[in-house]
Design a protein around this ligand. Sequence first.
Ligand code: DOR
Ligand code: ZN
Length: 368
Amino acid sequence: MTRFQKLELSPAYDSHVHLRDGTMMETVIPTIRQGGVDTVYVMPNLVPPITTVAAAVAYRERLQALAPDVKFLMTLYLDKSITPATIAEAARAGIAGVKVYPAGVTTNSEAGVLDYQSYYPVFEAMQEHDLVLNLHGEVPSTSAHDVGTAADGDVVTVLNAEPKFLPTLRKLHADFPRLRIVLEHCTTKEALDAVRACGPTVAGGITAHHLFIDISDVCGDAFNFCKPVAKTPVDRVALLKAIVDESGKFFFGTDSAPHPIEAKKGGKKPAAGCFTQGWATQLVVDAVEEGIANGWLPEDISVETLDEFLSGRGRRFYKLPPASQNGRKIVLDRKGEKIPEALRSKDGSIEVVPFRRGEETYSLTWKS
Ligand code: DOR
Ligand code: ZN
């Protein structure tokens, strides 16, 4: 029994996507609308990272040329070259925000941030120009070289890297109360509580994949491995409940992160990232169905609530017009469609394995 056999929703706003460049970008772009999404917030962790306004604008043009019917919001990658003057220029160019990657915590984060204080003039300028600060909320893991010097309570692994980051979130919010901050891809109950305890300028992003898995599912399946890693079953249920949270502070951001199959299982350490773009909306509705079936979510969860999570709250936080303005809708219907085992580039050179490959999901069509 499914709660929603067929449903009509507003196009989704995906507030956290990795679209890459070149052949991978060309392969992934068509999957944005396939996943019921018309507006995306694009991560800047290319190689090299997008650290200048000119690079962000050029990247936006490359994306827009491939998908004229998708709205692309752009971000800069925070590094030492970014100054308050860069922020003023970014605001003039319509760049929406700046992403913080703590150094060394995930894919292409080598150039990331180690010391937040040194960026205070930049955060001040962002607050003035109303740009959004996007936080990858993890601290780096303790290395074996530090064992013996770090007190036990200070030891950081992928399992507590997010809770250990939360004092930084609180401090940034206290020091810049008007700065809009998103704690991206929340994975713990502690993170949700920290976001709830902050003022209205702080929100939390929730992915589709973290609604389905916990740490046990990550061990043994490289295609479930992403950063931050999925945590405990208690955390997973807390994330599902955040969809219906009355604070209205949590919204959708897939963190869809495509990698070529070789990078995920080539014998080396697998690259972090789950690819969910093509089934973004469908996966959320699937997860909600599972949540209802297991008694974690209320039976009477409404289509309006789903719409708020997938589209309304995120658009409001980012000061975007409501989806209703263009009148388009997406229709999800359960017809036995399955998520494919792989997505291939046109020339066959790249193969990407989707999250929940082989599982049944909704079929999605656009209604204008
Ligand atoms: O799993 C992840 N993959 N987390 C990130 O923060 C980055 C992303 C990527 O770019 O592959
Ligand atoms: Zn990401």
